[in-house]
Design a protein around this ligand. Structure first.
Ligand SMILES: Cc1cc2nc3c(=O)[nH]c(=O)nc-3n(C[C@H](O)[C@H](O)[C@H](O)COP(=O)(O)OP(=O)(O)OC[C@H]3O[C@@H](n4cnc5c(N)ncnc54)[C@H](O)[C@@H]3O)c2cc1C
Length: 425
């Protein structure tokens, strides 16, 4: 493609072709405006995109839909889907427990159960601080908190629980109840208490199929990585040399990236943006030459297994694997945009984990892939909100509608990111 060295005038310019950018483009269409999405990669979808190796399709980390909003369901439900119960498991040491662990202690040794329940009964009656670790100790008692969520936090958030706020918890963490803990210590026949009972996934085409109608209708220019925004001249320059002038600018780029590529952003804003941290995610994707996996997803507490979580694309939909095969994808988290790991070492660690968990042996493996997502989950460091507000205030003042998971810098699911983009215009 030849990129002409002229500036194209456009009404609405949308940076990023993930679901938020697609939501903004939908709003533009509905309101009779002309919008163009500029996407850095060679395909749209962002975190909802996928990749296929030798007939094994993997999403970018676990993705299942529990959207309730009518606007979103009207789009997602155009794609035929499968429905899964939200059952998940936890691996610790040499055994499997149902999720959430504190309500499913039955498989543990009796002495361990007694200690954990005694510790729960002796839990602090008041919060010692407003950090996440204090919240965990107050909810579950020191025994359960230290053995499970405090340890898991280090793996999943790559940050100590003591440095996190509690602003992200919402419904995500089950509050502790004595009856539930006692019941689950005596039987494995416990009810599912996950905050959503039903998870939906496309029959074919990976999670991205849910947003295929949005992609089909949008004007998307791939291979356009924005590298400089001039808010005074209202122009965006791309790495391939193209330049556009906008009347309206929607950005779904991570706030730290947005501040970095905007030279006229004040130093205070650049500083605040540089303090915002997200996790990056190493994905180790494994295809098996036989049907070895039956669980949708599970959490891993052991420290020697670097992955904190794994899910099965083949359980999400058998269409994700060749006939008679199965698959898993493991997620390993680092603090910041750069992975802390060596890809080859992660593959070996994953192979050892598969043996330890009794899932597979080396001869069962048909595909083994490693890649990194630079932005995964926004980290709720204590005090993060002030830095986020500083950057958002500047963006609004500079005429940039910042939206999406990393543009709002929030813990948004795909349905919320779609609406974030939709409502940004
Ligand atoms: C581990 C994990 C699990 C998740 N599980 C679920 C789930 O089960 N269910 C659910 O509903 N949601 C889930 N989500 C959330 C969901 O992925 C997000 O809410 C959603 O995909 C975010 O969309 P977005 O458009 O805001 O951002 P992105 O998808 O990140 O899109 C941003 C786009 O901008 C592009 N871009 C970046 N820089 C530039 C640049 N300089 N120029 C041009 N383009 C650029 C990127 O390539 C990308 O395509 C999960 C997220 C993670 C990390």
């Amino acid at each position: 493609m030849t990129i002409e060295n002229t500036i194209e005038d456009l009404d609405v310019v949308i940076l990023g072709g993930g679901v938020a950018g697609l939501g903004a483009a939908l709003k533009a269409r509905e309101t009779g405006r002309t919008a163009v999405i500029f996407e850095a990669r060679d395909s749209a979808g962002g975190l909802l995109d996928n990749f296929t190796i030798d007939g094994f399709r993997f999403d970018n980390a676990v993705h299942l839909s529990f959207a309730t909003e009518e606007k979103v369901r009207n789009i997602f439900d155009r794609t035929p889907y499968l429905t899964h119960p939200s059952d998940s498991y936890c691996f610790e040491g040499d055994r499997w427990l149902k999720h959430p662990v504190q309500n499913n202690l039955a498989p543990l040794e009796p002495t361990d159960k007694v200690e954990l329940i005694k510790s729960f009964l002796a839990r602090p009656s008041a919060l010692a601080g407003d950090d996440y670790e204090s919240w965990l100790r107050h909810q579950y008692g020191d025994g359960i908190a230290e053995r499970y969520p405090i340890r898991y936090t280090q793996k999943y958030w790559a940050t100590p629980a003591s440095a996190l706020s509690t602003n992200w918890i919402g419904q995500r963490m089950r509050r502790a109840e004595l009856d539930e803990i006692l019941f689950g210590a005596m039987t494995t026949q416990t009810p599912n208490t996950y905050y959503t009972k039903e998870m939906r996934y496309p029959k074919a085409g990976g999670y991205k199929a849910f947003i295929a109608p949005l992609i089909a209708d949008a004007d998307i220019r791939t291979g356009h990585a924005a590298v400089e925004i001039d808010t005074a001249a209202r122009t965006v320059r791309f790495a391939n040399g193209a330049q556009v002038r906008y009347r309206n600018l929607v950005s779904t780029l991570p706030l730290p990236v947005l501040a970095r590529i905007t030279p006229d952003a004040p130093a205070t804003v650049k500083q605040a943006a540089s303090e915002l941290k997200a996790t990056s995610i190493d994905l180790v994707s494994v295809g098996f030459n036989k049907p070895l996996v039956k669980d949708l997803w599970f959490y891993i507490y052991d420290d020697d297994v670097l992955a904190s979580r794994a899910y099965s694309p083949s359980v999400k939909s058998p269409e994700n694997v060749p006939e008679g095969c199965s698959s898993l994808q493991f997620e390993i988290y680092s603090r910041g945009e750069e992975s802390s790991y060596d890809g080859e070492a992660l593959k070996q660690n994953t192979l050892a984990a598969l043996e330890k968990m009794g899932i597979a042996k080396a001869e069962d493996i048909a595909v083994l892939d490693h890649r990194v997502l630079r932005f995964g989950n926004v980290i709720f460091d204590q005090g993060m909100e002030a830095n986020r507000q500083c950057v958002l205030d500047w963006a609004r003042g500079a005429g940039i509608a910042s939206c999406g998971r990393f543009g709002e810098w929030d813990y948004l699911w795909s349905n919320q990111s779609l609406l974030s983009g939709y409502n940004a215009l």
